[in-house]
Design a protein around this ligand. Structure first.
Ligand code: DSN
Length: 415
């Protein structure tokens, strides 16, 4: 096949520029990662041409025998990774997995309970601007602002008061281990279903580095592209009681045709995550995050909860500067992060008082704890020198040099 650069130079030029950005800049967005070339190969395949509504062996279209096999492999591997009884690999994203979970479990107006968005929760956990907050009555627990941690006593009090249908654990910006068993007990006490959204930590759970929520939940939802290092997509799992309702809620409940090319890529990524090397990768992700956290604290930065147990950390910049100023300065230094609200946030969501930093992508390109400490120094230097263009350019030059020494992909251009 001719190269995309010849077939569509305009699209190719933008893609090539993105390739260079990913190659030469330090990717520290906690929810991003670099997939393997095998994952990308599966995605860019003829499977994008196939309609396959239904499940393997029970489709609404002919010609599904080969995609059936692909989906069976993906499901079997997901089961091996997470130990769930019901597995559906069709959700297009984490938000879609959550939408299906709500459809399976709730009626409009039911009460759902998750972590406050500004404390590290997710839009799909009942934010008023998301369908989960419009269709259901959402109440939110918050972190203890002194410790920056979840206080299960507060969660229990709120659950007793509101008697929710669902209690959601799992977060977008929480650096600490989650007591899924504790959430399960609270849910059982108030007659709620416990759902864990492990989008961020799925790779750590798969590697056995974080307790699994599966034994303590009716549903577990996740994305596949963060610590799990697969293609952009979703995955939903349910216990025996809810497995059937889960499948109906995905299709025809909330989605049409599954993205079979993405399911093939999920199968490949799950296969990679089953290898011993993935456990070593996930352990390095956590070690790098801890090393970075330690160095940032040494440099005088305040981290929400004081550190991390997982792949991310949250700097509370307090009065030093806003999250958006820090994000911009780091961007000029070749370091990509996202501004993030912090507990007790006083600025708006587009400005914020924090930055979230994650180690999954830098670890994929081979960085270890010495690199993590060096990166923490660059972050500290860049935030302090946020108005000094020359200093930011000099950090950027060092970042590019390090990134070029640890290339993500061997080729010089994508297609
Ligand atoms: N956007 C994802 C994140 O960055 O955490 C969550 O959906």
């Amino acid at each position: 096949m001719a190269r995309l650069s010849e077939l569509d130079p305009s699209v190719h030029a933008a893609m090539a520029a993105e390739f260079v950005r990913q190659r030469d800049e330090l990717e520290l967005i906690a929810s991003e990662n670099y997939t393997s070339q095998a994952v990308m190969r599966a995605m860019g395949s003829v499977l994008t041409n196939k309609y396959a509504e239904g499940l393997p062996g029970r489709r609404y279209y002919g010609g599904c025998e080969h995609v059936d096999e692909v989906e069976r492999i993906a499901r079997d591997r997901a089961r091996s990774l997470f130990g769930a009884v019901g597995v559906n690999v069709q959700p297009h994203s984490g938000a879609q997995a959550n939408a299906a979970m709500y459809l399976a479990t709730c009626k409009a107006g039911d009460t759902i309970m998750g972590l406050d968005l500004t404390h590290g929760g997710h839009l799909t956990h009942g934010s008023p601007v998301n369908s989960s907050g419009k269709l259901y009555h959402a109440v939110h627990y918050q972190l203890d602002e002194q410790t920056g941690r979840i206080d299960l006593d507060r969660v229990r009090d709120l659950a007793r008061k509101h008697q929710p249908r669902l209690i959601i654990s799992g977060y977008s910006a929480y650096p600490r281990a989650i007591d899924f068993a504790g959430f399960g007990e609270i849910a059982a006490e108030v007659g709620a279903l416990h759902v864990a959204d492990i989008s961020h930590i799925a790779g750590l759970v798969a590697a056995g580095l974080h307790d699994s929520p599966v034994p303590h939940c009716a549903f577990v939802t996740t994305t596949t592209h963060k610590t799990l290092r697969g293609p952009r997509g979703g995955l939903i799992m349910a216990n025996r009681e809810w497995a059937n309702a889960m499948n109906k809620a995905v299709f025809p409940g909330t989605q049409g045709g599954p993205l079979m090319h993405v399911i093939a890529a999920k199968a490949v990524a799950f296969g990679e995550a089953l290898q011993p090397s993935f456990r070593a990768y996930a352990a390095q992700v956590v070690a790098n995050a801890k090393a970075m956290a330690e160095r940032l604290v040494e440099r005088g930065f305040h981290l929400v909860s004081g550190g991390t147990d997982n792949h991310l950390l949250l700097i509370d910049l307090q009065e030093l500067c806003s999250g958006s100023e820090a994000e911009e300065a780091l961007g000029r230094a070749g370091i990509t992060v996202n501004k993030n609200t912090v507990p007790g946030e006083k600025r708006g969501a587009f400005v914020t008082s924090g930055v979230r930093i994650g180690t999954p992508a830098m670890t994929t390109r081979g960085m270890k704890t010495d690199h993590a400490r060096q990166v923490a120094d660059w972050i500290a230097d860049a935030i302090h020198a946020r108005d000094d263009a020359e200093r930011l350019a000099s950090i950027r030059a060092q970042v590019v040099e390090l990134c070029r020494s640890l290339p993500v992909y061997p080729e010089s251009e994508p297609a």
